[in-house]
Write a protein that binds this ligand. Structure first.
Ligand code: HEC
Ligand code: HEC
Length: 449
């Protein structure tokens, strides 16, 4: 089988001895025995203490400031702003802020609520839940390796992690602080913070430095050590023969590489560009949404308004269009990084696909038809066996430090997929026969006329 190999990816794995737990995936069985033993809050996130300990084990303190050494130093430099060179003081301050619930309006939510160390630095939910039980429109991406992205957020509306970190605190459905001053007030009297800010940036506490410190912390979350990386470095045995076949398909028949390039100098698996792959607007009309968006943005084009519309309104489905107002960007989203993809379900900007098998079905069908669909998305005619191979490959993108959670996800997702997508046709996998194939193979179309 594909996956036993993960269990023997080096002696130090066992030494990590760290258990990842608890999924609340729609459609994936969360009644996992071991999930009981992790202390969780009302959002289902592991408690701050538990997450902190987990992070210490994953990334012991001296390693944190050297994490980026796994990356090409020249490229790395380009991602570090001149005004925020990482220092141990900045990283420590950012880490403290990342876990601090006082930065939310009712003291219940921190960054780590939605980007939980024990869940692949996401919440493993379809869409995020913020203060007062408010459910957003978008799926929480991982904070692993985000410092290496050219733009942040599904629609790329933020240029750097330093900038991005200032947004959720003020977002009304995430952390809900009314303004920067109120956010600062929440921690201003804390002497530890006062000293930490002085040591980190040599000046009084301020909102910009808060963002910078969290950015410095996120630049330590570099987790690139996947079996695939070892395979590309020459270790043929690092991934199974099934995954090797999947890698061939990824670069060939399945055409994933067109948007998710992966190579030693670009390990993330994203082209950093925007595409409509037929996920958006499953239930809505793009044209009327676009009209509403133009009106709303004419009234208030501030950064904060855009953040609110993107995360909390139906206009979310317009994706990149909200940033550029270019028609060709309607329903387009930034190609997500797919490193560590196995441990960050569910998938897509709206969390609408529960497992990697569902993702493959989506692509195999050629996405959902819409006038703005990317030209690179067409039905693939992959067989069920080929889908299994690509999925096996995708699970080799997880850093070996998460191999326990990765293995757990392989099992959970395989079980969920087996239930949700019964194989109707071995040769063509779970999909309709589309007119395109009818022409090519002579198969009968199953589309309703
Ligand atoms: C209530 C849940 C929630 C909280 C709290 C939250 N986030 Fe997020 N985060 C999200 C969602 C949802 C998105 C995607 C939003 C979008 O793209 O429009 C996101 C996006 C991001 C991204 C961009 C990732 C990418 O691939 O582009 C980063 C980085 C990030 N968050 C870091 C943080 C930090 C730092 C904090 C704390 C200051 C934080 N988040 C608080 C839910 C949350
Ligand atoms: C035309 C460009 C394009 C092609 C081709 C493409 N992708 Fe994607 N991929 C994207 C974009 C854009 C998204 C986000 C779409 C959204 O959420 O609306 C995405 C999302 C994903 C996700 C979910 C990521 C997450 O964090 O939720 C996975 C997994 C994925 N793609 C794998 C693949 C595989 C495997 C293939 C080949 C079968 C493939 N992609 C082909 C652009 C592409």
């Amino acid at each position: 089988m594909c996956c036993t190999r993960f269990l023997r990816s080096g002696p130090w794995l066992a030494a990590v001895g760290f258990v990842f737990l608890g999924a609340n995936l729609p459609g994936v069985n969360a009644a996992d025995e071991s999930a009981q033993s992790v202390p969780r809050d009302q959002f289902g996130a592991a408690t701050v203490e538990f997450q902190q300990q987990a992070l210490d084990k994953l990334m012991p303190a001296p390693a944190a400031s050297k994490a980026h050494e796994a990356f090409d130093p020249v490229i790395w430099e380009a991602f570090v702003p001149a005004d925020n060179k990482p220092t141990p003081e900045r990283i420590a301050l950012g880490r403290k802020l990342y876990f601090d619930k006082r930065l939310s309006q009712d003291g219940s939510v921190s960054c780590a609520t939605c980007h939980d160390v024990t869940r692949g630095f996401t919440d493993q939910r379809a869409t995020a839940e913020g203060i007062g039980g408010q459910i957003g429109k978008r799926n929480s991406p991982t904070t692993l390796n985000v410092a290496l992205l050219q733009t942040l957020f599904w629609d790329g509306r933020s240029p750097t992690v330093d900038h991005q970190a200032k947004m959720p605190i003020l977002n009304p459905i995430e952390m809900g602080m009314p303004d920067e001053a109120t956010a600062l007030k929440a921690i201003r009297d804390d002497q530890e913070y006062q000293e930490a800010f002085k040591k980190a940036y040599g000046r009084e506490m301020n909102y910009e430095d808060m963002g910078r410190a969290m950015g410095a912390f996120e630049r330590t979350l570099v987790f690139l050590d996947s079996p695939l990386r070892r395979f590309l470095a020459g270790d043929q045995e690092a991934i199974s023969s099934q995954a090797r076949a999947g890698w061939e398909l990824f670069n060939g028949k399945a055409r994933c590489v067109a948007c998710h390039p992966i190579n030693p100098s670009n390990p993330l698996g994203t082209d950093n560009r925007f595409h409509n792959v037929g996920v958006a607007a499953r239930h809505q009309n793009f044209e009327s949404l676009a009209k509403q968006a133009i009106k709303a943005l004419a009234e208030d084009a501030s950064e904060q308004k855009l953040d609110e519309l993107a995360t909390a309104s139906d206009l979310s489905e317009l994706g990149r269009f909200m940033v550029t107002q270019n028609r060709s960007d309607i329903g387009s989203f930034r190609t997500p990084l797919i490193l560590n993809i196995g441990i960050t379900p569910p998938y897509m900007h709206d969390g609408s696909l529960a497992t990697l098998w569902d993702v493959m079905d989506h692509y195999n069908k050629g996405g959902e038809a819409n006038p703005f669909l990317d030209g690179g998305i067409e039905p693939l005619a992959l067989t069920e066996e080929e889908i299994d191979q690509v999925v096996a490959f995708l699970f080799t993108l997880t850093d070996v430090r998460f191999s326990e959670e990765n293995q757990r996800q392989i099992e959970l997702q395989r079980a969920a997929a087996a239930k949700q997508r019964p194989v109707r046709d071995e040769a063509m996998a779970f999909r309709q026969t589309l007119p395109f194939e009818q022409r090519v193979t002579g198969a009968k179309s199953t589309e309703q006329k």
